[in-house]
Design a protein around this ligand. Structure first.
Ligand code: DX5
Ligand code: ZN
Length: 217
């Protein structure tokens, strides 16, 4: 069964604890945490100190999405901050295989994210080493963008690739997911659905989280 990972990027940054309580009440089990460095992507969000403070407030699974150049420099910081999953970008790590091994050496799940133009075949030689593949369905950097339609085909191809090579891998999709396209994305093969603005931009965040769950069961 697919699950929803609300992205804190679109939450009220002045009231993060309150926002977390709302998605918990809506049934969320994951919290997607978008870390941006203003270099790999043209935007800056938050880093390990914020995540560490939130770790004291909730037992949600911390799904940390690192949109940072050379993430290998900071893996230990995010492990210490309480990440359960650390996802790096294929395009951002000089030695992808080594960085994956480092994440796993800390007992944390290792994910690799692919930008819209990056082919799934680029993960062929690390497929046995990873726990999660994150398909970006927008160009990373901002919440509130539109889903890129060709990514449906990519999700389907990734599903087949995972089923063939390592069926344990979680297939996550991130960007532009709304009430009106979430079912198509699940049908294409996604396991974990990141939703930012369509949850935290809603008038009633608790109800909106439930609505997403109701659509995907
Ligand atoms: C974009 C981030 C996303 C973002 C999604 O770079 O990786 O996680 O929060 O936001 P929405 O759901 O608004 O597209
Ligand atoms: Zn993300």
């Amino acid at each position: 069964m697919a699950k929803i990972a609300p992205s804190l990027l679109s939450a009220d940054f002045a009231n993060l604890e309150g926002e977390i309580r709302k998605i918990e009440a809506g049934g969320a089990e994951y919290l997607h945490l978008d870390v941006m460095d203003g270099n790999y992507v043209p935007n800056i969000s938050f880093g390990a100190p914020v995540i560490a403070k939130l770790r004291d407030k909730t037992d949600l699974i911390f799904d940390v999405h690192l949109m940072i150049e050379k993430p290998e420099r900071y893996i230990e910081n995010f492990v210490k901050a309480g990440a359960d999953i650390i996802t790096i970008h294929q395009e951002a790590s000089l030695h992808l295989h080594r960085t994956i091994q480092e994440i796993k050496s800390h007992g944390v799940k290792a994910g690799v994210s692919l930008n819209p133009a990056t082919p799934i075949e680029s993960l062929k030689y690390v497929i046995d080493d990873i726990d999660l593949i994150l398909i970006m369905s927008v160009n990373p950097g901002f919440g509130g963008q539109s889903f890129i339609p060709t990514m449906i085909e990519k999700i389907k191809e990734t599903r087949s690739f995972i089923d063939k090579h390592n069926p344990q891998i979680i297939l996550e999709v991130d960007g532009g997911i709304k009430l009106d396209n979430v079912q198509e994305i699940v049908k294409a093969g996604a396991d974990l659905i990141v939703v930012g603005s369509a949850i935290f931009g809603a008038d009633d965040v608790v109800e909106r989280t439930k609505e997403f769950y109701n659509l995907i069961v």
